[in-house]
Design a protein around this ligand. Structure first.
Ligand code: SAM
Length: 300
């Protein structure tokens, strides 16, 4: 899995840029436009939360666990519904920001949460975190299925019979290339080059092969209830994110100046954050990657 160092690189290092661009509780996972791109990003993110509420049951008195909660957008929604939310993240800056905003968030590995940590839950959600749960090295060692199966067993252990999990994740798409071909030395703008850029931005992370791999790993413990692709919605989400990241502000300029030493000394930093291209958007367009919203239920 991506460890704390990897996740601090992706999320904590430019934590303030995220929050200054997307809001204090930055929502950093694909929104739900359902193809209606006349919606604002905020409306589409709200629609995503409402869909999750309907699917897993977020209501007063219910306890909801968010595995990989980011800056807490879902937990904030859960709070607004009168339910109780608990979140975990491995990014120290995110955990601090969430706690400052009064959310019950812990710097804890999502793969290891059991009832001994925070007790049982009525429902579990995980958005945009599954992508980080298996590393390229673990995938190369053939450990992907085992890692996912163990996670689903843990989640099932947290839920009552009939309890639900909402899982939203990127997966490799139907045009994914053999992973041995992925290198930053590949010709610029080739599939291999874009996928290598993704690897630079999200070190320690490797995707499942299609929603089928995820569903099969869950099956012994959790039954699939609903599956929809959010690939086109994600392309729109990224387009809107890029606009917001590009909006200038004096505070952002100041933070960028503070990051200058990283830019000057770290090739990884330059590759990940200043390539000037949107690798994830291109990977979705080329169907090297897809994106799914999956709802699971623990059998009675
Ligand atoms: C793309 S962000 C999504 C954040 C949030 N769910 C949202 O929708 O805005 C991925 C999140 O997963 C978290 N994460 C990844 N691997 C994790 C792990 N093993 N344990 C806990 N959190 C993890 C990261 O720290 C980050 O908060």
């Amino acid at each position: 899995m991506a460890d704390r160092r990897d996740l601090d690189f992706t999320y904590s290092l430019i934590d303030r840029i995220f929050r200054l661009s997307l809001g204090e509780m930055a929502d950093f996972s694909g929104a739900k436009y359902d193809g209606d791109f006349s919606l604002t990003l905020e409306e589409a993110q709200r629609r995503k939360h409402e869909y999750i509420r309907e699917q897993i049951g977020i209501a007063p008195g219910r306890r909801v666990l968010d595995l990989g909660c980011g800056w807490g957008p879902l937990l904030n929604y859960v709070r607004g519904q009168g339910a109780t939310g608990v979140g975990v993240t491995l990014s120290s800056a995110q955990a601090k920001a969430c706690c400052r905003n009064g959310l019950d968030v812990h710097l804890r590995n999502a793969l290891q949460v059991t009832t001994s940590d925070f007790g049982p839950f009525d429902a579990v959600a995980s958005l945009g975190a599954f992508e980080h749960f298996c590393s390229p090295d673990e995938a190369a060692a053939g450990r992907q299925d085992e890692i996912y199966r163990n996670l689903f067993a843990n989640i099932a252990g947290l839920l009552p019979p009939g309890g639900r999990l909402y899982l939203q994740t990127m997966v490799f798409g139907r045009n994914m290339i053999p992973r041995e071909q992925i290198t930053i030395d590949a010709p610029r703008e080739s599939d291999a080059w874009y996928l290598a850029l993704m690897g630079a931005q999200f070190p320690g992370s490797f995707l499942p092969y299609g929603s089928e791999q995820v569903v099969a790993a869950a099956e012994p413990h959790l039954r699939l209830v609903e599956r929809t692709s959010g690939r086109l919605d994600y392309i729109e989400t990224i387009k809107q994110w890029r606009k917001r990241f590009a909006e200038p502000s004096p505070r952002k300029t100041l933070v960028k100046l503070q990051l200058l030493p990283h830019y000057l000394t770290s090739k990884d930093f330059r590759l990940a954050f200043t390539s000037g291209v949107s690798a994830n958007s291109v990977c979705f367009e080329r169907e090297l990657m897809d994106h799914f919203r999956l709802v699971f239920e623990k059998p009675a």
